[in-house]
Design a protein around this ligand. Structure first.
Ligand code: FES
Length: 160
C-alpha cells in the first residue's frame, strides 16, 4: 500500500526528530565523560607542604639529610615518591632546604663534615654550606626548595 505525501512527510519529520534526539543525547553524555577523562591529565595541582621535622632536630651549621616520602599525582595516577633534601640551619638560626642533587650532572651530593662542604663524588664538585659552588665543574648552586616554619615544624614544597 502506497503512503500519501502527508504520511511521507510526517514519517521523515519523525525520523529526523529521533536522529536529532539521539545525537543530542550522545553529545550530552560524551562531553562530561570526555572532560572527566582528559582534564586530570592537564591539571597542575600546587605541590603540598611536606613536613620535614621539628627545628630542634637540626643543629646549627650541621646539614642533615632527610628523606621525604609523599604522594605525587601524575595525570590519573597517584604515586608515592621519595626525595632526599638537606636541611641547613645557619648560626643565626636561618633555615635552608637544599636539594641533594648536584647541578652538574645530577649525582647525589653528601655533606662532608671534615671539609665543611657538600661533596659530589662524580666529578669532585664541592658546594658550600649555603649551597653555593665552591669548586669543581658545577656552575650553579644546589637548588633550594621553598619552606615555611609553623610552630617549630619545618615544611617544604618540593615542586615549584
Ligand atoms: S655530577 Fe656533580 S660534579 Fe659532576
Amino acid at each position: 500500500m502506497a503512503m500519501s505525501e502527508e504520511q511521507m512527510t510526517r514519517r521523515r519529520w519523525l525520523d529526523m526528530f529521533v536522529k536529532m534526539a539521539a545525537g543530542v543525547t550522545a553529545v550530552a553524555l560524551s562531553v562530561p565523560t570526555f572532560v572527566m577523562l582528559i582534564v586530570p591529565a592537564f591539571r597542575r595541582e600546587k605541590a603540598p607542604w611536606i613536613r620535614v621535622g621539628h627545628i630542634s632536630e637540626f643543629r646549627p651549621n650541621e646539614p642533615k639529610a632527610v628523606t621525604l616520602s609523599y604522594q605525587r599525582r601524575d595525570g590519573w595516577v597517584i604515586r608515592t615518591a621519595r626525595t632526599t633534601v638537606y636541611v641547613v640551619v645557619t648560626g643565626d638560626g636561618k633555615v635552608k632546604v637544599l636539594s641533594n642533587i648536584c647541578t652538574h650532572a645530577n649525582c647525589a651530593v653528601r655533606w662532608e663534615r671534615s671539609k665543611q662542604a657538600f661533596f659530589c663524588p662524580c666529578h669532585d664538585g664541592y658546594f658550600a654550606i649555603d649551597g653555593s659552588v665552591k669548586s669543581g665543574p658545577p656552575t650553579r648552586p644546589l637548588d633550594e626548595f621553598p619552606h615555611k616554619i609553623e610552630g617549630g615544624e619545618i615544611f617544604v614544597r618540593l615542586q615549584t
